[in-house]
Design a protein around this ligand. Structure first.
Ligand code: BG6
Length: 488
């Protein structure tokens, strides 16, 4: 049985939903310069070079802006984040629909550059502060608790262009932003997440085979360290501002399986968990770098700027709540892989026991149970699943209805396994389905990769009325919440 006060709900992120990218004082973020893509063609960043010529560069970590170039909005290029699904203007209509489904909690993120347009201002942008206040009030009108992510894959581009998380000084700008949010939203927001999928910083380097080198690892581990320190500051400040605050860290939760029972594969699998999952989880939950960190740093000859003060801060700023996203599992092996599959920040061998989504992400409900049980044993903290769902193409039938049985099946299978984990003693307190309303896909920029219970009329070229339509899964989720997860 799920807890009687289990927090059922849904989740979205600012840059994938709000739109309104250049109004009410919002400053630009890197994602505003990101084109749309697809499974086959990657999203790109648009720039002008030092002579003013337009161009594009890769979004891969480690790609640097050519000398003298800057990010630029180009004519005739479609940028999905500029309008998103216009949640900025339509949040009342959308929250009403969430309330109709019976949401107890709604995960969203604050766009840092709506609060501090460049990141370095002393005074926050009043319109940005007001906007989120209104959204939180609207949620409370329906007794929905906001769960707020401070950084969901974005920061003001002004900071980004100056090195972003490569600089220690970014921590102080983040601290000011976090403190402002805790102070302004005291009494309105109790549940917080510091950084979305903080472990991707290193994890994403491994996705593209062996293209990463000493420099990229050095940079990734250093960036990550500054973010972990910043996260610990946020936890401390959040608690000082309001002792009722419950502050979580978030991990991209991917269980890794060994490709065979070759002891080398077993060891590789263990080491992959350490690098991809436990490295960050241990710092967030236990307040110190795990013993295997030295091995990881030495693997790539990494030397980090870590001060004694940082170590104290990490110790004093451990999270209250372990949150994670779960979409898929991954297979790692030391043997040759003929059939590589890649999905959400992991690439590995195809698992012949599993099916795969249209975007190649493994469909593995038991992996969710496995992950929950491992994390529960390791950290003994309350856990919340803050992202889970199926990205799929939805078709409107002749009556404008969407019969998304496949989504119901996916969610139902995963929630069944959550149930088993809970029966096995896992301290799970909540679940927010990802993209509860259709939003722009982070990896591909598509609208056609839909996760929602609510359809949004918009296509991959940005055309559509933005009308909201309830899918079959809307009614299914409503029933599921009504029965506290018993009707599957
Ligand atoms: C998670 C991100 O990794 O995956 C989300 O936190 C993202 O922002 C989600 O949307 C699903 O990925 P995609 O690429 O299908 O949108």
């Amino acid at each position: 049985m799920f807890k009687h006060n289990f927090l059922w709900g849904g989740a979205i992120a600012a840059n994938q939903s709000e739109g309104a990218w250049n109004i009410d004082g919002r400053g630009p973020i890197l994602l505003d310069y990101r084109t749309a893509g697809s499974k086959e063609s990657p999203r790109m960043l648009t720039i002008v070079d030092k002579d003013g010529n337009p161009g594009m560069i890769s979004t891969r970590r480690g790609t640097v802006l050519p000398e003298g170039a800057q990010y630029a909005i180009l004519d005739d290029v479609y940028y999905p984040s500029h309008e998103g699904i216009d949640f900025y203007h339509r949040y009342k209509e959308d929250i009403k629909l969430f309330a109709e489904m019976g949401f107890k909690i709604f995960r969203m993120s604050i766009c840092w550059s709506r609060i501090f347009p460049t990141g370095i201002e002393n005074e926050p942008n009043k319109e940005g502060i007001e906007y989120y206040k209104n959204v939180f009030k609207e949620l409370h009108k329906y007794n929905i608790e906001p769960l707020v992510t401070l950084v969901h894959s974005e920061m003001p581009v002004y900071l980004e262009e100056r090195g972003g998380w490569e600089n220690r000084s970014t921590i102080k700008y983040f601290d000011h932003y976090a403190k402002t949010c805790f102070t302004e939203y005291k009494g309105l927001v109790k549940y917080w997440v510091t950084f979305n999928e903080i472990n991707n910083e290193v994890g994403m380097l491994e996705m593209f085979g062996n293209t990463a080198n000493h420099e990229t690892y050095q940079m990734a581990y250093q960036r990550l360290h500054y973010q972990l320190v910043a996260s610990s500051h946020a936890v401390k400040m959040g608690h000082e501002t309001d002792s009722k605050n419950i502050i979580g860290g978030m991990i991209c939760g991917i269980p890794h399986y060994p490709g065979s029972n070759d002891p080398d594969d077993i060891l590789l699998c263990r080491h992959t968990w350490e690098k991809a999952i436990f490295y960050c989880g241990d710092v967030l939950c236990k307040g110190e770098y795990p013993v295997f960190s030295n091995r990881l740093w030495n693997e790539h000859d990494v030397n980090l700027d870590i001060t004694n003060q940082d170590l104290d801060d990490l110790r004093e700023g451990t999270i209250d709540l372990y949150t994670f996203s779960y979409y898929m599992s991954n297979v790692v092996t030391t043997h040759e892989v003929k059939d590589v599959v890649s999905g959400n920040f992991a690439a590995g061998a195809r698992n012949h026991f599993l099916k795969y989504s249209e975007w190649g992400w493994a469909y593995d409900p038991k992996g969710l149970r496995y992950y929950l049980e491992v994390i529960n044993d390791r950290y003994h903290k309350p856990i919340m699943i803050t992202e889970n769902g199926l990205g799929a193409v939805d078709e409107l039938d002749d009556d404008d209805a969407i019969n998304d049985e496949y989504r119901i099946e996916y969610l139902s299978d995963h929630i069944s396994e959550m149930h088993c984990a809970v029966e096995n003693g896992v301290n799970l307190i909540g679940y927010t389905a990802w993209g509860c309303i259709d939003i722009v896909s982070m990896s591909t920029g598509q609208m056609s990769k839909r996760y929602g219970f609510i359809y949004v009329d918009k296509n991959d070229q940005g055309e559509g009325t933005l009308k909201r339509i309830k899918k079959k899964s809307f009614y299914w989720y409503k029933k599921l919440i009504e029965t506290n997860g018993e009707i599957l």
